[in-house]
Ligand binder design. Structure first.
Ligand SMILES: [Zn+2]
Length: 278
């Protein structure tokens, strides 16, 4: 599953990177003609990639579990993305609301769902989640509402919630603060690949690749979508690691880079690994 043999080299290049530039330069072991080398990751990095045939490739710390940070927003798309998308959700982020602050002190301004994903706006998601929570309570009652959330988030919660937990007020840990929600590059990739979660990648393609198309002057024409996120580091207050999940066509990739890194570095690293223009 995680092996990187010659058969995978060819598949990776034909399927995943067919429109991409060559992978980053690295020491080149003897390989079959026409086959490009596997990505070489830096210490602490983990990468998981799916190919069109269903194979999953893993590199580095792909199975290391750590706080998932803002990737949690993709999980919320699975819970309520259709409703937010249909209702053209909008939010005005001023950088702070009560005791809560957003990643950008001056605020993200008025954000749509696509922009809140792109800019990783916690306050927008918390506001939208609070709205749907109130609606679920009214329409379904607390038990059904809680079941709906736990059913989707269970892979990332482990046993960190008591069995008799009731519907909480969804605060910052539910959009990626702290270490309530955790995953690994391979774990999140496998979650994205499950048929019942397919709409998450579809949202990513529609909302985030669309954004990239708008800045094609910077990045050239491509169909990749990327969701970047920062995450906390257990035992190191204030430190962050960073994530990128994304895809192109039916190929999906998830990258985690270690402590000390942020979203721009993670995106640059993902583009470097995939051989995309920066
Ligand atoms: Zn914001």
């Amino acid at each position: 599953m995680s092996g990187w043999g010659p058969r995978f080299f060819r598949k990776a290049l034909l399927c995943a990177c067919c429109a991409a530039r060559p992978l980053a330069a690295q020491p080149a072991p003897a390989q079959p003609e026409g086959v490009k080398p596997a990505p070489v990751l830096k210490p602490g990095e983990g990468l998981a990639m799916s190919l069109e045939g269903g194979d999953i490739l893993t590199f580095g710390e792909a199975r290391a579990v750590s706080p998932m940070g803002g990737l949690a927003k993709l999980v919320w798309l699975r819970v309520e993305g259709s409703g937010w998308s249909t209702g053209s959700a909008k939010f005005r982020c001023q950088g702070a609301a009560g005791s809560l602050t957003c990643g950008t002190p001056s605020g993200h301004g008025t954000v749509s769902l696509a922009k809140a994903l792109e800019e990783d706006c916690d306050l927008a998601f918390l506001a939208w989640i609070a709205e749907v929570r109130a609606r679920w309570l009214k329409d379904y009652g607390p038990e059904v509402a809680w079941y709906r959330v736990v059913e989707v988030f269970e892979p990332f919660l482990g046993r960190r919630l008591p069995a008799n937990a009731s519907l909480p007020v969804f605060s910052t840990p539910w959009v990626g603060d702290g270490d309530l929600l955790r995953t690994s590059p391979e774990g999140f990739l496998r979650w994205l690949l499950q048929p019942e979660n397919a709409e998450v990648a579809a949202f990513g393609r529609r909302m985030l690749a669309g954004y990239w198309a708008e800045v094609s002057a910077l990045f050239g024409k491509e169909n990749w979508w990327f969701k970047t996120a920062t995450a906390s580091v257990p035992g190191a207050p204030g430190a962050t690691s960073a994530w990128v999940a994304g895809g192109r066509g039916s190929t999906l990739v998830v990258l985690h880079i270690p402590r000390g890194k942020g979203r721009p570095e993670a995106l640059a690293r993902m583009r470097e690994i995939l051989g995309l223009r920066r």
